[in-house]
Design a binder for this molecule. Sequence first.
Ligand code: NAP
Length: 258
Amino acid sequence: MRHYGIIGNPLGHSWSARLFNERFERKGIEAEYTLHPLTELTKRTLDDLIRMHRLEGFNVTIPYKQTVIPLLDEVDECAARIGAVNVVKVDWTGDDYRLIGYNTDYIGFRESLLPVVRGMGKRRALVLGTGGAARAVAYALSTPWDAEDWTAWKVRMVSRQAGDSPYDRLTYNELTEHIVRQSRFIVNCTPLGMYPETDACPVIPYEGIGCGHILYDCIYNPEETLFLRKGRERGATTLNGKEMLALQARAAWKIWDN
Ligand code: NAP
């Protein structure tokens, strides 16, 4: 039996175990995937967990995608550029192991997007948040990709604080209705609206949103967040994070099973 899992806090919203275990059953793979909520992430807590379950790989989610990096032995080039890791391969040799970090969020996001952005004109995007998902999304949007009808986007990140970032950055106070009107693609990469706190949503001028907009929420539980509902009510096309989750998981399995 092979063992995989996910670390993060909280994990009540996560569908990853269901997704992987269903896949293992469907494909006749002798493996199990379990949730490991961690209240703190240290070299020691991670080592205990890996050894106790003899993990061969694990996902990393909120809030550890950046803080896990110093605990790894190697980080793949794209994950290093993004500055966030959501997949770790545990490479065992006897009782020793090496930890190698990857990012598959950007793959899942980018692949999920192709069908909806076909034919879109000016490519200006707002990415809400500056955490692990936001970095992967901004990287995916702004990096050239050899796919039909893919043009790199001009990305602006929106944060609660001013500060440095490799992309243009605004605070929520600086985000005007005019900027929202001009940015036809808005991606929620904050946890606002995620189960169980489904009454929350990012505070942006929704009046600037209309039928030419696409609103994308990385959250997949609930299926329609308040952010998406507000967009839909103003005529926008909306997309939740379900497809991204499935596609990033498929890319993770390719890494673990290699
Ligand atoms: P993270 O690294 O903790 O980053 C979240 C970011 O959201 C923070 O950096 C922060 O940016 C902003 N934020 C946090 N609390 C906020 C608040 N109360 N008000 C406004 N902004 C707030 O988390 P993550 O890993 O990027 O995940 C973010 C969300 O995306 C989660 O809901 C996660 O489940 C989802 N996700 C889904 C998928 C998928 O496959 N569908 C993949 C990855 C993530 P500032 O400090 O700059 O404001």
